[in-house]
Unconditional design. Structure first.
Lengths: 84, 311
């Protein structure tokens, strides 16, 4: 399973996204606001989930802001950290 | 001076209040000049008249004080309610003057006694960061000046309106802010910044009695006999990071003195998820502490909007 697919599964299952399946989430759908509709508290949960499932820490806003735009940006951030 | 007039009554976005002052820049400068020339007492003399004018001649302002007062003193009406309104508005004015006094004349002009110093240090020594839950009560700005003994940086979640004429005490003195300000209107309500400072073991101060910025994460709790919405973002952060929550409240205890006390500690269980009801016990604990504060210091609770309005 790719990082993107795993992320989508985590989002749906652990953030309890309703009316959407992992397969229906496009890679470039914004995570917050109009996209998946996540909010600031989901961001806190997401940061914890990324650390729990991938061992990758989002340390601050400088890292978090570009990473937490969409599934694609978050997956790219995780893949880059896993490599290094 | 920031006064209830502008502290939002429409339960609109962000909790329906604004920090903008009702006074003009000139009016602020008159108070600052009086403080420089005659100290706190001179500014208080003018304040008594100004507050009397606002309380008697600005029904909108008066009504805004009634939301809280009718909960705190449910049996009062007529002249009694009017006097309560004057006392509440006057105390807010004094707090604002005192804040300016500390900035203009220096911290020595105001004595701040802290209760719970060792307990605060012990909470911080746990290494999970420390969330200090405050409220719009007493003078948190003066109280913050007493936190300099903490060995880590202090961060404050604080929303400030464009055009706000009020100055913080350190701004009067031309000093750098003693605490780092996190703007709740920032990216994701500042939650990532707040998480980051807690991970570094720092102190995070959050107002627990109003929703700020785009925060919509509120939990219903009973407060002074009615249901209010208290934000639970800080409690969520505590659950996620393991940071203990200390409720830190201040009150004006004399003409030149304030007291600051660790009024309680709240341990939020880990892994609570994000459903509001999971945070209700912790929010209720905060509400009980705040109710106790209102009993002890009835004219030092400064929320001039209808906290009890249905969301």
């Amino acid at each position: 399973m790719s990082v993107k697919e795993k992320l989508k599964k985590i989002l749906v299952e652990e953030l309890n996204l309703e009316d959407v399946t992992p397969a229906e989430i496009a890679d470039d759908t914004p995570l917050f606001g109009e996209g998946l509709g996540l909010d600031s508290l989901d961001a806190v949960e997401l940061v914890v989930l990324v650390q729990k499932h991938f061992g990758v820490e989002i340390k601050d806003m400088d890292e978090g802001r570009p990473a937490l735009q969409s599934i694609a940006t978050l997956a790219a951030f995780i893949e880059e950290r896993i490599k290094t | 001076m920031s006064a209830p007039e502008e502290q939002g009554q429409t339960p609109a976005a962000g909790g329906g209040w604004t920090s903008r002052s009702i006074g003009s820049d000139l009016q602020h400068r008159i108070f600052y000049l009086l403080i420089r020339l005659g100290g706190r007492r001179a500014a208080y003399l003018l304040l008594y008249a100004v507050v009397l004018y606002y309380t008697l001649c600005r029904p909108t302002l008066r009504r805004r004080s009634y939301f809280y007062l009718q909960r705190r003193f449910p049996g009062r009406s007529g002249a009694g309610r009017l006097i309560d309104s004057y006392r509440l508005n006057l105390m807010l004015g004094k707090v604002l003057v005192d804040r300016a006094v500390v900035g203009i004349l220096g911290p020595a002009a105001m004595e701040v006694r802290l209760h719970g110093r060792e307990e605060l240090l012990a909470l911080l020594a746990e290494g999970q960061g420390l969330i200090l839950l405050n409220a719009h009560a007493g003078c948190w700005q003066v109280a913050m000046s007493a936190l300099g003994f903490l060995p880590t940086p202090v961060n404050m979640l604080m929303q400030r309106e464009d055009g706000d004429l009020d100055r913080h005490y350190f701004e009067h003195a031309g000093l750098a802010s003693p605490y780092r300000i996190i703007d709740p209107r920032g990216f994701l309500g500042g939650t990532l910044e707040m998480m980051a400072v807690l991970k570094k073991g720092e102190v995070l101060c959050v107002m627990g009695d109003r929703l700020l910025g785009s925060d919509r994460s509120a939990v219903s709790v009973d407060f002074l006999g009615g249901e209010v919405q208290f934000p639970f973002s800080a409690l969520k952060l505590a659950s996620t990071t393991g940071a203990p929550v200390g409720v830190l409240l201040s009150w004006k205890s004399g003409p030149n003195s304030y007291e600051l006390a660790l009024a309680g500690t709240i341990r939020v269980p880990p892994g609570l998820g994000r459903r509001p009801e999971h945070f209700a016990p912790s929010a209720r604990a905060f509400a009980r502490i705040l109710e106790d504060y209102c009993q002890r210091h009835p004219y030092q609770f400064f929320n001039f909007f209808d906290m009890w309005a249905k969301p």
